[in-house]
Design a protein around this ligand. Structure first.
Ligand SMILES: *Cc1c(COP(=O)(O)O)cnc(C)c1O
Length: 435
């Protein structure tokens, strides 16, 4: 448990507000965020890098709600975007275009024009073909595009294969061995200006070693460039710092920054980092209600009103999220994994049992947690913890399920920051085919 989500008199609260009150007022499923957690996390980054010129570019894809972007913009954050849509969100939330870096392997010409018009800080270019397109698009607008190559340092982030991005076999970045030649090319193209170098090796890293290995490779390449007269203004070391979901022991923000700063102590370039998960992951929970308890032949199921369309991480990566009752009970009886007695097939007493926590979506992969010991009964509320990152931003409308509401809490203040979607919104753009 964190300081931001804790039990007060057996009631799980977001800061000072009982989650049960939020469910009552806004319904479920509902994402709830702690404004203080978000702010504290960002300030820890600022503090840790205070000794030198830096820019903290929040990775928007982790959670792109305008209220979150707005608060980070107020605190002085820059942003790492991976689409034109994310750039437009940043601008709508009051973020400064001049603090935006644009990553991603598939930028369209339209997205490049949008970003050039806005005047972003830098394009993180990931291939030769993209380099050529960027030069062409900038030329057609009479502009010069600021550019950094995202190099693939070929280091093992030791994380889940789906969120590892810095290995030779991954689609991301420019091969380390080709980066030098590509920088030479970029330096000669008329509508590009080389300003930096970057890398991003993966997500949910729980050790500093891979970050340092990647940084060292970036530095070695920057030295080779300097020897050819190509100097850089910034080094972008990406995001990826992990959080604690269960028993992981990731480095603190201070330790992570300290390790990077030690590696970079002899450099004068501005440092950019792109944290996503670590800023929002433990700043949010997904609030859901138990619709049914179902005691199958082999397993007990708690069928809740949130599903894989709301929180995809368990289905996608087999991710583990702590699941907590919103009202903590005294255990009604010692744990037994047997079925409740005949006539008690809905476990009305709320005996502690081992449950599969699943959603209503028609997929066996639709689960939020396997084998969780819970003392619950129908109608109870559960909080899926550590759901602030890659939760709402990965949500979908599968099974024509409107997306959840989002609520922000600061102290005792509660505000809706995104209305629950309506079914009508889901098909508003659809048309009948007429012959
Ligand atoms: C996803 C991503 C990030 C953020 O990763 P986290 O693990 O959420 O910190 C940073 N930079 C790039 C280029 C990304 O794609």
């Amino acid at each position: 448990m964190s300081d931001y989500f804790s039990y007060q008199n057996n009631r799980l609260c977001a800061e000072q507000v009982p989650l049960a009150e939020i469910a009552q007022r806004f319904g479920t499923p509902c994402y709830v965020y702690s404004h203080t957690a978000l702010t504290d996390g960002y300030r820890q980054f600022e503090f840790a890098f205070a000794g030198r010129e830096h820019l903290i570019c929040y990775a928007v894809k982790a959670n792109s709600n305008l209220a979150i972007l707005h608060q980070l913009a107020r605190l002085g954050a820059g942003f790492d975007v991976v689409s034109g849509g994310e750039l437009q969100r940043v601008l709508a939330a009051g973020g400064a275009a001049g603090k935006v870096v644009f990553s991603g392997v598939g930028k369209t010409a339209t997205e490049m024009r949008l970003a050039l018009d806005a005047g972003i800080l830098c394009f993180n270019v990931e291939s030769e073909a993209e380099l050529l397109r960027l030069n062409e698009v900038a030329g057609s607008m009479g502009k010069i595009a600021p550019l950094s190559l995202r190099v693939n340092p070929d280091v093992d982030a030791k994380t889940h294969p789906y969120i590892s991005t810095g290995l030779r076999q991954n689609k991301f970045g420019v091969a380390y061995t080709e980066a030098l030649a590509l920088y030479r090319k970029a330096a000669e193209l008329p509508y590009l200006r080389v300003t930096g170098m970057g890398c991003h090796i993966g997500s949910q890293l729980t050790e500093t070693g891979p970050f340092i290995a990647a940084a060292e490779k970036v530095l070695a390449l920057a030295d080779m460039l300097a020897a050819e007269g190509i100097t850089l203004e910034h080094l972008d070391l990406g995001g990826g710092l992990g959080i604690r979901y269960n028993d992981e022991t990731p480095p603190s923000i201070a330790d992570y920054a300290g390790a990077l700063l030690t590696t970079l102590r002899l450099r004068s370039e501005k440092i950019i980092v792109e944290p996503g998960r670590v800023l929002v992951g433990n700043a949010g929970v997904l609030l859901t209600r138990v619709e049914y308890l179902k005691h199958g032949e082999e397993k007990n199921f708690a069928i809740v009103d949130a599903a894989m369309n709301d929180l995809m991480r368990p289905a996608l990566y087999d991710a583990w999220h702590r699941i907590q009752p919103v009202q903590r009970k005294q255990l009604a009886s010692p744990l037994s994994n047997s079925l409740p007695q005949a006539g008690e097939r809905t476990n009305v007493k709320g005996d502690s049992l081992i449950y599969e926590v699943v959603g209503p979506v028609c997929e066996t992969g639709d689960f939020l947690g396997h084998a969780r010991e819970l003392a619950i009964t129908q109608g109870d509320l559960l909080a899926v913890m550590s759901a602030g990152a890659y939760g709402m931003s990965m949500s979908s409308n599968y099974n024509s399920r409107p997306r959840a509401a989002e609520v922000m809490v600061s102290g005792a203040t509660v505000q809706l920051i995104r209305e629950r979607e309506t079914v009508h919104q889901l098909f508003a753009g659809e048309k009948t085919f007429l012959l």
